[in-house]
Design a protein around this ligand. Structure first.
Ligand SMILES: [Fe+2]
Ligand SMILES: [Fe+2]
Length: 246
């Protein structure tokens, strides 16, 4: 008798095998339960440089809230992937004469849109319908410090991009360590490699396109970012601060 895969099994296999081929051919991703442990081991990425770069680690209470709000976390994760691609696309249009920026961000956009597809696939597997979720305070809280003249505005947006990517990476790693869901743990670990490269690319672009050292601006945004992560936040989101009710 022929047994056809369910739609969710099909999507699962499609997204994971497609992503493994496109993004990282060295990684073992399988939907076969017997291989799940191998997938976790081979997809481990060292993110110690990201822990050093950030001014604060994700608070324990945020992780507790995340485990209690997985559907909301998935919806906001999907939104973040789409926004990451959109922001990079805006930069590509605005700064068309910087070839390195064009190439690095073209790759980043492809990867963010792939992640977007993957998160939608995971939501579909769970029968989770799309819901409108307004953005939290995080990105706005960083962008309000952006200088308004060029090339300073460009440098600030690139540095902010580096912090958002670094924080995403740090949160995926922290979530993967505590979540009691092997599918999501495996997926979050899989994301570490590309998100940590996105952080490195944004920071390298900021340094290479600036006529002056960027250390002072990086230190400024490090403090601003850490404050958003370690202070009380009314709304729970992927990049939110300390949740109120925990
Ligand atoms: Fe992403
Ligand atoms: Fe990213």
């Amino acid at each position: 008798m022929l047994i056809y895969p369910t739609k969710s099994q099909y999507l699962n296999k499609f997204y994971l095998s497609y992503s493994a081929n496109v993004i990282d051919t060295t990684m073992t991703i399988s939907t076969d339960a017997s291989l799940s442990q191998q997938a976790i081991i081979t997809s481990t990425t060292d993110i110690s440089h990201i822990h050093k770069f950030l001014g604060a680690r994700t608070p324990k209470d945020w992780l507790t809230a995340a485990l209690d709000n997985i559907p909301l976390l998935l919806q906001d994760h999907a939104n973040c992937e789409k926004k990451a691609a959109g922001t990079a696309m805006n930069l590509i249009f605005r700064y068309e004469f910087h070839q390195d920026l064009q190439l690095k961000l073209a790759q980043l956009i492809r990867e963010e849109m792939l992640h977007y597809e993957q998160v939608i696939g995971i939501m579909n597997e769970r029968g989770q319908a799309w819901s409108h979720l307004p953005a939290g305070r995080y990105a706005k809280g960083l962008l309000k410090h952006k200088r308004t003249y060029e090339p300073a505005a460009m440098i600030d947006v690139l540095i902010i991009g580096a912090f958002i990517e670094a924080r995403s990476c740090e949160r995926f790693a922290a979530l993967a360590d505590v979540i009691d869901d092997s599918r999501l743990a495996k997926y979050y670990r899989y994301l570490l490699k590309s998100e940590s490269r996105h952080y490195e690319d944004y920071l390298a672009l900021a340094a290479s396109l600036s006529d002056t050292p960027i250390d002072e601006r990086v230190a400024f945004f490090r403090q601003a970012e850490a404050e958003l992560i370690t202070t009380v936040d009314e709304e729970f989101r992927f990049h939110s601060g300390v949740p109120v009710a925990y």
